[in-house]
Design a protein around this ligand. Structure first.
Ligand SMILES: NC(=O)c1ccc[n+]([C@@H]2O[C@H](COP(=O)([O-])OP(=O)(O)OC[C@H]3O[C@@H](n4cnc5c(N)ncnc54)[C@H](O)[C@@H]3O)[C@@H](O)[C@H]2O)c1
Ligand SMILES: CC(C)[C@H](C(=O)O)[C@@H](O)C(=O)O
Ligand SMILES: [Mg+2]
Length: 354
């Protein structure tokens, strides 16, 4: 079980250290886990002058799975675009063909009051957002900033999806729905954008292969509204790269905090990169206050999806439930009557609960 660890920037090293404690505990019990480490993002730029250097690329290609913290920070925002940390993340996703991004938004009952929604609206929430991750306006060419014919500067990007890209993410979504609530909601902006009108057409076609799954379509603006109005109407949501980015951050708050939302980014063979859905949180970096649970839950997804270690994954998820039931909370999910702990203490508590 070759796992490459990419701590990244900001809170990345702090939260990844907690997930490593969990994996090391399983390794000490005999699971054949081998951890290696490399830089990605700003940390890689500082060391190698590139956000996705060859050193990291070689290890990433060799690994079975990758655990990432987060990348980015204001100190890198003035770099030329290709050198920015976020480009390193996009590059590794593309390089490894990690097109299927699974972002489960699950409300743990202990966090019902931490959710921004009323308990009756959100209790029992369990949505899986399936976000296409290697296409769309994130990668479409041409792109850039140029001077137009009127001599004025303009920025431009291209929203692009090939039929094969839509089909393969569609299959991921429908197959996930078959194992869950048997509903897929495909989110588009087909009333305005040809790319997503095409998306809708292809999704409708893919659905014919899954007669046991109900397909619905929703415009993205309405979907954003419905997520906060009545989120339990959703089972699996499938959408493109940019809409999925935005809707998954929105969905995270229904679960109490962005610090609770893990993710898996998979290729066609379940090689995967696993990371919390949040960023490097520069505002709280280095203070030992970040919530490491999204990263720890990402390690559980890693064991489940890449290694088929369902029992170990469940054990980690149950350990997280136990520490929440014991009342432990990082600052982002703290409420009166619970016990506030730091990032590292939360990691230790999860290991103890294992
Ligand atoms: N996958 C990634 O690596 C990733 C994802 C999103 C943003 N980013 C990058 O991160 C940097 C900061 O972006 P941002 O501020 O827009 O988003 P962010 O997700 O880093 O932070 C948004 C807010 O959520 C809080 N937060 C995030 N994670 C938390 C955690 N685990 N525990 C407690 N609070 C947490 C932060 O303190 C901040 O207030 C940018 O450079 C951005 O490009 C990286
Ligand atoms: C940092 C950025 C490139 C990234 C994205 O937009 O995909 C992040 O927001 C995410 O959600 O993983
Ligand atoms: Mg995002």
């Amino acid at each position: 079980m070759k796992i490459l660890v990419l701590p990244g920037d900001g809170i990345g090293p702090e939260i990844v250290a907690q997930a490593k404690k969990v994996l090391n505990k399983l390794a000490a019990e005999g699971m054949p886990i081998e951890l290696t480490e490399a830089p990605l993002g700003g940390a890689a730029y500082d060391q190698y002058g590139s956000p996705y250097p060859e050193f990291t690329q070689k290890l990433a290609r060799e690994a079975d799975a990758i655990l990432l913290g987060a990348v980015g920070g204001p100190q890198y925002d003035k770099l030329e675009r290709p050198l920015r940390p976020e480009r390193g993340l996009l590059a590794i996703r593309k390089d490894l063909n990690l097109f299927a991004n699974l972002r489960p938004a699950i409300l743990y009952p202990e966090l019902a009051n931490a959710s921004t929604l009323k308990p009756e609206v959100v209790s029992g929430l369990d949505i899986l957002i399936v976000r296409e991750l290697t296409g769309d306006i994130y990668f479409g060419q041409p792109r850039g900033i140029r001077v137009n014919d009127n001599g004025e500067r303009e920025g431009f990007n291209t929203m692009l999806y090939a039929e094969s890209e839509i089909r393969r993410i569609g299959h991921v979504a429908f197959q996930a729905a078959q194992k869950r609530g048997k509903k897929v909601c495909s989110v588009d902006k087909a009333n305005v954008l040809e790319t997503t009108e095409f998306w809708k057409e292809i999704m409708t076609d893919v659905a014919k292969e899954y007669p046991d799954v109900e397909l619905s379509h929703m415009l993205v603006d309405n979907a954003a509204m419905q997520l906060v109005k009545a989120p339990k109407q959703f089972d699996v949501m499938v959408t493109g790269n940019i809409f999925g980015d935005i809707l998954s951050d929105e969905a995270s708050m229904l679960t109490g905090s962005i610090g609770m939302l893990p993710s898996a980014s998979l290729d066609a063979n379940n090689k995967g990169l696993y990371e919390p859905s949040h960023g490097s949180a520069p505002d709280i970096a280095g203070k030992d206050v970040a919530n490491p649970l999204a990263t720890i839950l990402s390690a559980a997804m890693l064991l489940r999806y890449t290694f088929n270690e369902e029992a170990a994954a469940l054990r980690i998820e149950n350990a997280v439930k136990k520490v929440l039931a014991d009342g432990l909370r990082t600052a982002d999910i703290y409420e009166a009557g619970t016990i506030k702990v730091g990032c590292s203490a939360m990691g230790d508590a999860v290991v103890a609960a294992l």
